[in-house]
Design a protein around this ligand. Structure first.
Ligand code: G3H
Ligand code: 13P
Ligand code: ZN
Length: 330
């Protein structure tokens, strides 16, 4: 058993309490490798932002849990070395079972998500409660989910979303004891969040998605005053990265994300954790493609991963400062 406290990490409880009160959201950025982690830490230290480092089941399979945990420990020391100590959470993203959550808790994670959103309601409650009972013994915080997001959540592919039912949230939270709740109000995973048919086009031909269901969010907030709400699938799919990818040999079609103004609006409410992964993938891919295109003789990975890391850092700083409002809150 490795306790997150020995690794210099914190759980999400205080972070969320401050974020809900302060009207901002904590960034939850996924990482799978060193360059992504460096970019996240550099950006969050420079903007003085707390941060949640997210590891998906896919990331565990890709990078190895021991390595990821030690990278997170390294990140806490790296942040100090950069000159400012920020609170860092190591969080399991979309935990698919009690066993996966337990394994992460036993391996130094300070927060886990148990994603039972695809299960029948009572089964979701049962597995979430079981995870909470185990996690709380070690002061690890737990995120549950109600409602289904369209797109891919690890191995679970949902064709259509089901909005969270506000009438279920009090029952779910009180019976499971979760510390935060992920809800479905129109966001979804990946770079193609809506079909072109669901969108309108502006004068430049850019797809404009339908607005998030702020009415559902308001109903949930009214039922659970001050309770931490989480938004998954919150990449904005910036046009400049999609363009960069396509101008350098890529083929991304009909990509569309959540407009930043809507995320800013959500961050001012009880939404206190906003999950962003795809935008980082787009920034890295676009930058690497550009280097390969412009310098076909380049074969030193540092010469393309370095610029990708810089682009990522710039993007994360922008999110903290202009979208989530977490800059200056560490
Ligand atoms: O919600 C999904 C995250 O973007 C993680 O994706 O399972 O491909 O690592 P992944
Ligand atoms: P995006 O695919 O919109 O970045 O969402 C990431 C996410 O929700 C991770 O859990
Ligand atoms: Zn997610």
């Amino acid at each position: 058993m490795v306790s997150y406290k020995e690794l210099g990490l914190v759980n999400s409880r205080d972070m969320f309490a401050k974020a809900v009160k302060g009207g901002y959201a904590i960034p939850a950025y996924n990482f799978n490798n060193m360059e992504q982690l460096q970019a996240i830490i550099q950006a969050c230290v420079e903007t003085r932002s707390p941060v949640i480092l997210q590891v998906s089941k896919g990331a565990r399979d890709y990078a190895n849990i021991n390595l990821l945990r030690n990278m997170a420990r390294g990140a806490t020391e790296y942040a100090k070395e950069l000159g400012y100590e920020i609170p860092i959470v190591l969080h399991l993203d979309h935990g698919d079972s009690f066993e996966t959550c337990k394994d992460c808790i036993d391996n130094g994670f300070s927060s886990v998500m148990i994603d039972g959103s695809h299960l029948p309601y009572e089964e979701n409650i049962a597995v979430t409660k079981k995870v909470v009972e185990y996690a709380h013994k070690f002061d690890v915080t737990v995120e549950g989910e109600l409602g289904v997001l369209a797109g891919i959540e690890d191995d679970v592919v949902a064709e259509t979303s089901h909005y969270t039912k506000p009438e279920e949230v009090i029952d779910f939270v009180s019976r499971t004891g979760v510390d935060s709740l992920a809800i479905s109000i129109g966001t979804s995973h990946g770079a193609n969040k809506f079909t072109p048919e669901q969108c309108t086009r502006n004068a430049d031909g850019v797809l404009i998605p339908p607005p998030l269901r702020f009415d559902i969010l308001k109903e949930i907030e009214d039922k659970l005053p001050g309770f931490p709400i989480v938004l998954h699938g919150s990449s904005s799919v910036p046009v400049e990265f999609v363009k960069m990818i396509n101008e350098h040999g890529g083929k991304l079609k009909d990509s569309v994300g959540i407009p930043e103004e809507q995320l800013r609006q959500a961050a001012k409410s009880a939404v206190c954790k906003i999950n962003i992964d795809s935008d980082g993938r787009l920034a890295m891919t676009g930058t690497i493609r550009r280097v390969f295109d412009e310098k076909p003789g380049e074969f030193d990975p540092r010469k393309y991963l370095g610029p990708a890391r810089d682009a990522l850092k710039k993007m994360y700083m922008h999110k903290n400062e202009e979208v989530l409002g977490s800059a200056g809150k560490a």
